[in-house]
Design a protein around this ligand. Structure first.
Ligand SMILES: [Zn+2]
Length: 249
């Protein structure tokens, strides 16, 4: 019996100076410092800043995804640049190959970044926006943001047991971004990997040669670092997944 049900949302943002990046990604200095505002994306008081959300019962452990079955991802194609479904699928394939987890494209969705509903299976929702001001973010322009992402989790307590897990992840990407589709650097592939990393529960971490660095630069790689893969594997539960309990979240 469900005694109590709580829901918590967390989000984070990638920041990028678009003025230089759009026309000449290679010219963006690798030493570009992370904007001070990036720090606000980590939840205050998080005991482990490597993750956006931690367990309500054990703050030393991150909230996890049930990943014994494929995690689904859906794309809201409103405002999406043409051909971007293939780019998202390419980035998700990189993620799957690196982590060993399975991700399945489940088609289009009307789910927006601020929607709080979710499917009956763990799902990552990816949406686009042409707007400059949305979801508390300022997209585009010099120093403007190009994406935001984060996980949502739910939990309930029954008897002496707490059931908790990530229920969905959400990503919002700025249609104003015009980097190359694939490869590293200031690219769509790096942007998608970064924001999906947030949606999967990774916080900002690492230096300029890490996907989860708060700013994309010419030094941003086309794939997660080994340390990021280890962190991703910590949040992707691939054995003993209790989907029946999850269905109550
Ligand atoms: Zn970020």
């Amino acid at each position: 019996m469900v005694l109590r049900r709580l829901r918590q949302l967390a989000a984070a943002a990638a920041l990028l100076g678009l003025a230089a990046a759009v026309t000449a990604p290679a010219a963006v200095p690798a030493e570009l410092a992370a904007p001070a505002s990036a720090a606000r994306t980590a939840p205050a008081g998080a005991p482990d800043a490597r993750f956006e959300m931690v367990s309500t019962t054990d703050p030393a452990k991150p909230m996890r995804w049930l990943a014994c079955r494929p995690i689904e991802y859906r794309i809201n194609t409103k405002d999406m640049p043409a051909g971007m479904v293939a780019t998202v699928q390419h980035a998700m394939a990189v993620l799957a190959r690196q982590t060993g987890a399975r991700f399945r494209y489940a088609g289009r969705t009307s789910h927006t970044f601020t929607s709080t509903s979710h499917a009956a299976t763990p799902t990552v929702y990816i949406a686009f926006t042409k707007r400059a001001q949305v979801a508390g973010q300022t997209f585009g322009g010099a120093g403007g943001e190009i994406g935001v992402g984060g996980p949502a989790a739910a939990w309930y307590r029954t008897g002496g047991t707490t059931v908790e897990a990530i229920t969905y992840g959400r990503v919002l990407l700025s249609s104003r971004f015009t980097g190359p589709r694939t490869g590293g650097g200031v690219s769509w592939q790096a942007l998608i990997l970064h924001e999906v990393g947030h949606a999967l529960n990774l916080a900002h971490r690492g230096g300029a040669t890490s996907i989860m660095h708060p700013t994309l630069t010419a030094a941003t790689p086309a794939r997660y670092t080994a340390a990021e893969v280890r962190a991703l594997r910590r949040v992707l539960q691939t054995t003993r997944c209790d989907y029946a309990a999850w269905s109550h979240l």
